[in-house]
Design a protein around this ligand. Structure first.
Ligand code: NDP
Length: 419
């Protein structure tokens, strides 16, 4: 028997086959319910039934072409010989895949191209006017891609399958992703989708909302400027530290299937921009002291998020680095050590804590009258609590007693003294 074969996935996540079957419908339904609610005057989650548009009004070949052109442009930028080539973590057969890290270049070039388009008369507010149709097209692309990925995985060697998406049940594996790192030649489909079209698309959509608000009311509001600035900082940070994506669970453990394809191409760009979308039709007055407080909160969240992530990444890359060499650690049987002081001695997921504080700061400019703009922090809390539990299970399997010792010494998972 090939010792590099990926064993069958025994512990099913997300409620198993039934749970993932529901999520395949629930994820797109959530996107459209929230976008439709956002368009109504009350923008209330309790104002049912929603005015449902016909499927025909959602389908627009031109918008489908816009989505494909955006993804195509990002694909071209991602293969340009700029930036460095780096290796991912060792796979089961000890081989390593190569990745081109040129996200910052792609972001700069995208900004130049959008700027040139605007100078040539491109109307960015088209994105607001066709938002539902664009979201529908992006969802179709994500569905189509997921089907192709699943079919491709059926032809892949068993050693290429994902540890988390190899249950043998087609629905479960379609959702979780059957193949770990599907590639077309040297083009890595999952690595490309993780950041490029969706995250840059999110920043572009936010900017389109700002332009639309300016068209409607003469100038952008302070609330809209803050939401744009905070979220742009987050996107720029992700591209600046693009290499760190290679060690995330998404790349190392999860396959590439519906969960990530829909998440990357539809959920992130169209739902993470919900606050900016909301502000176009529900303007908010923000006093300067209030804005100052929100900026401070976002700054605090960002500095925890960034320094915690950097501390761990530096430690994993070079434990002798003077910035981390003085931190206390626990040895593990694998030879790797676990940090027990610094940020990672404060709570077990300080990076999630910082991320959640920022998420709160992104919602506050939308005022306190509606729940809708707080969807992001509610969903994100659920996502990170669930992600944390998944990570804990994997770390316990990896590090055994050393992990138990870490949990004893650092008892709180995300929120100090609470959780
Ligand atoms: P993490 O960066 O939190 O990594 C978890 C891994 O870190 C563990 O598996 C373990 O791996 C290592 N580790 C855990 N504890 C220690 C310790 N004490 N000392 C040293 N190493 C330790 O994982 P994520 O991929 O979940 O998160 C990365 C970032 O992305 C976070 O900031 C998160 O908030 C963000 N994120 C954002 C999302 C969004 O939609 N905006 C979605 C998901 C994540 P090992 O020991 O093998 O190195």
């Amino acid at each position: 028997m090939d010792r590099h074969r990926i064993p069958r996935t025994k512990e099913l996540e997300f409620g198993g086959v039934l749970g993932t079957a529901v999520l395949i419908f629930l994820m797109p339904a959530t996107v459209f319910c929230l976008l439709l609610t956002c368009r109504t005057e009350q923008a209330s989650l309790f104002n049912l039934p929603l005015p449902l548009p016909s499927l025909r009004s959602l389908w627009n070949p031109q918008d489908f072409a816009v989505v494909l052109a955006w993804i195509g442009l990002q694909a071209v930028l991602s293969v340009l010989p700029m930036g460095k080539l780096t290796e991912g973590i060792a796979l089961r057969d000890k081989s390593r895949l190569q990745y081109r890290i040129n996200g910052s270049h792609a972001m700069g070039l995208s900004a130049l191209l959008v700027g040139a388009g605007l100078a040539a008369g491109l109307r960015l507010s088209y994105i607001y006017d066709h938002f539902l149709q664009l979201a529908f097209s992006a969802s179709l692309v994500a569905f189509g891609l997921s089907v192709l990925l699943y079919l491709k995985a059926l032809l892949a060697p068993e050693t290429a399958l994902a540890p988390g998406g190899n249950s043998g049940n087609p629905i479960y594996d379609f959702f979780m992703g059957h193949e770990l790192n599907p590639r077309l030649g040297g083009f890595d489909l999952k690595f490309f989708c993780e950041l490029r079209p969706g995250l840059l698309g999110w920043a572009l959509i936010n900017m389109a909302m700002l332009v639309k608000e300016t068209e409607l009311r003469g100038s952008p509001s302070l609330a809209m400027i803050l939401v744009n600035a905070f979220q742009l900082l987050y996107v720029v940070d992700a591209f600046w530290h693009e290499e760190a994506v290679l060690t995330t669970m998404d790349i190392t453990h999860d396959g590439f299937g519906f969960m990530l394809a829909f998440g990357d191409l539809a959920w992130v760009p169209f739902l993470y921009s919900l606050q900016a979308y909301f502000l176009v039709t529900h303007p908010q007055q923000l006093s300067l002291p209030m804005a100052g407080g929100i900026i401070l909160l976002n700054g605090m969240g960002y500095s925890i998020f960034r320094s915690a992530n950097s501390q761990k990444n530096t430690f994993r890359r070079n434990p002798a680095n003077p910035n981390v060499a003085g931190l206390r650690t626990i040895p593990t049987a694998t030879g790797r050590r676990l940090l027990v002081s610094g940020w990672w001695g404060f709570v077990r997921h300080p990076n999630y804590l910082g991320d959640l504080i920022m998420a709160f700061a992104w919602s506050l400019p939308c005022g306190l009258t509606h729940i809708l703009p707080y969807f992001y922090i509610l969903y994100f809390t659920a996502l990170l609590v669930h992600r944390e539990a998944r990570d804990e299970r994997q770390c316990l399997r990896k590090y055994g007693l050393a992990w138990q010792e870490y949990c004893r010494r650092v008892p709180y998972r995300i929120f100090p003294y609470l959780y």
